[in-house]
Structures are given as C-alpha cells and as structure tokens.
Design a protein around this ligand. Structure first.
Ligand code: NDP
Length: 279
C-alpha cells in the first residue's frame, strides 16, 4: 500500500467556509501546502480575498476567494456556481463558518438565538446540501466535513452559551443523518469537534482561559488552529475511506467521558495568549 498516497490531497479541489480567518484560514493554508486547490468562502469578501492572496503568495497554489453568507441558500448556490466555473469539480467541502453568542438563556433575544442556529446549523446544512448535490451530479463521491465543537459534548462553563451548544449538537446529529443518506453516492460526511482553540471567536473570553485550562487534564494546554490540521487532512483524504458519520474530537483531553465529576480550580494559562483581539 502507498501510504503517502493514502494521505495525499494533491489535486483535490474544494471549499472552506469561514476560511478568511482562524481555524478556516489555517486549514486553507494547510490544504494548499499539501497540493489541494482551495476556495476560501466567507461572509466578508475582502477579508476572504486578503487571506486567499496571502496563502497563494506563500504556497503558489490555486486559492480563490468567494463572498458568501452561509445562512442564505441563494448565496450558497451562487457561490457554488462561481466555484464550479473556476474549479470544475468538488472533491471536498468544509463547512466551518460559525459564530457564538454569550447572552444567557434568560436574556437572549429570539433574534440572537436564531442567528446562532442560522449560521452554525442551518448554514452547515445549506453548504453541505449544495456540496452533496454537486458531488451526486458529477459522480465519484466526495468528502463533506463540518466543524462541530466540544460544545456538542459538554456544556461550557462559566460562559453561558446554550444556543451555541444546541447548534453544535445539531451539527453532530446532522452529520450522522447526512452520512446515512449520502452513503449510496459514496459521499462521506464527518465532523470535527475541537476543544478551546485560540482564535478571534474566543478573544473576548480571554479572562476565562485559566478556568478552561483547569477543566483539562494536567499537562494539557489550550489549542491552536494548527492542532486541528491532522483531523481535517485525514477526513479529506483517502486515509478515511471507511469513515463516515464520524465525529473526530480534538480537544486536548477536555471531553473525557470517564473522568470523575471533580474539576480542578482554575490555573494560570502558562502560555502567551496567541492572537490579537479585534478592535
Ligand atoms: P472565527 O470567528 O475566527 O472565524 C469564523 C469565520 O466565519 C469568520 O471569518 C466569520 O466572518 C465567518 N462567518 C461568520 N458568519 C458567517 C456567515 N454567515 N457566512 C459565512 N462566513 C461567516 O472562528 P473560529 O475559527 O474559531 O471558528 C471556526 C469554527 O470552529 C466555528 O464553527 C466555531 O464554532 C468552531 N469552533 C471553534 C472553537 C474555538 O475555540 N475557537 C472551538 C470549537 C469549535 P466575520 O468574522 O466577518 O463574521
């Protein structure tokens, strides 16, 4: 068996939503470095374009940016039509765009609750379905990967993010449902559940870093986007040919179903906080 070929992304083509920054940008860079063609899809087209140019300048690969709001099926269809005219076929789709709202359950407005579900769950469905339709039409299968979260498995504390947890649990269940439906087309559908990753998404919560770390096994640390590359490469490549409906948890040991109810007190982060906070 050619093991290097098994993990290869050479010549694979696909899109990454929320690809203009954070986890998505890191994946776009990694996939391009590994020889894949990458479409960076993000709600802010200028930011997506800047990320695409930066990555293509470094890797010399094919990286194109598309502005798209994943909460709008029309916007997703338009993006996919433009993508197909530029790339010709779709081998992988990474549904990664996500938002979080900290408002507690007693205070959150219906509008804010709906916006979290809209981006994190409905948006994943719209992009996954559009990708699946394209993969069925072109034949030969494909790999659909969504970014779920530790929040599908635990309830984060002390932040109050019930809407976010519900949306991410929905992504895990949606993944399993789509995997069963799309199996006959050789389309694999999986998700990744990251633990705490130092990106803009958690920038406003940096006072909680020590508390989160206290909930992790001793010796562990908070994550960086780069810690997730292996899981997505596995799921996009032939190495995961027999994996579908899977949820790959990459969280530094945070979610440990066998641990006791006891949680340690918060401890200092011990590492520099590695990103800039949006003004
Ligand atoms: P970031 O906020 O850094 O990046 C998310 C990107 O998604 C941003 O560029 C954002 O654009 C974009 N986006 C938001 N709404 C839409 C939309 N409607 N349509 C298209 N793009 C949109 O977050 P992360 O990189 O940290 O998160 C990526 C994914 O990982 C999310 O699904 C998140 O829930 C998940 N995750 C993150 C964890 C973490 O600790 N960071 C832990 C577990 C899961 P803009 O900024 O312009 O709004």
């Amino acid at each position: 068996m050619d093991v290097k070929k098994l993990f290869s992304l050479e010549g694979r083509r696909g899109f990454i939503t929320g690809g203009a920054q954070g986890i998505g940008e890191c994946l776009a860079n990694a996939f391009s470095e590994l020889g894949a063609d990458v479409a960076i899809v993000d709600v802010n087209q200028d930011k997506a374009k800047a990320a695409a140019e930066k990555i293509a300048g470094k890797t010399k690969g094919k990286v194109i940016a598309y502005g798209c709001d994943v909460t709008s099926p029309e916007s997703v269809d338009k993006m996919l039509a433009a993508y197909i005219s530029d790339f010709g076929r779709l081998d992988y789709a990474i549904n990664n765009a996500g938002i979080c709202a900290m408002d507690g359950a007693l205070e959150i407005t219906p509008k804010t609750f709906e916006s979290v579900i809209d981006v994190n769950l409905n948006g994943v469905f719209y992009t996954a379905r559009a990708a699946a339709k394209q993969m069925v039409a072109q034949g030969g299968g494909g790999s659909i990967i969504s970014t779920a979260s530790m929040s599908a498995h635990i309830i984060n504390q002390p932040q109050t993010i019930a809407a976010y947890c519900a949306s991410k649990a929905g992504v895990v269940s949606l993944t399993k449902g789509l995997a069963v439906e799309l199996s006959k087309y050789h389309i694999r559908v999986n998700c990744v559940s990251p633990g705490y990753i130092q990106t803009e998404l958690v920038a406003s919560l940096k006072d909680m870093l020590g508390i989160w770390l206290g909930k992790m096994p001793e010796g562990s640390r908070l994550g960086f986007p780069e810690d997730l590359i292996g899981a997505y490469v596995f799921l996009a490549s032939d190495a995961s040919a027999w994996a579908t409906g899977s949820d790959v948890v990459v969280d530094g040991g945070l979610y440990n179903p066998l641990k006791t109810a006891e949680t340690k007190k918060g401890r200092p982060c011990g590492r520099p906080f590695a990103f800039t906070v949006k003004p």
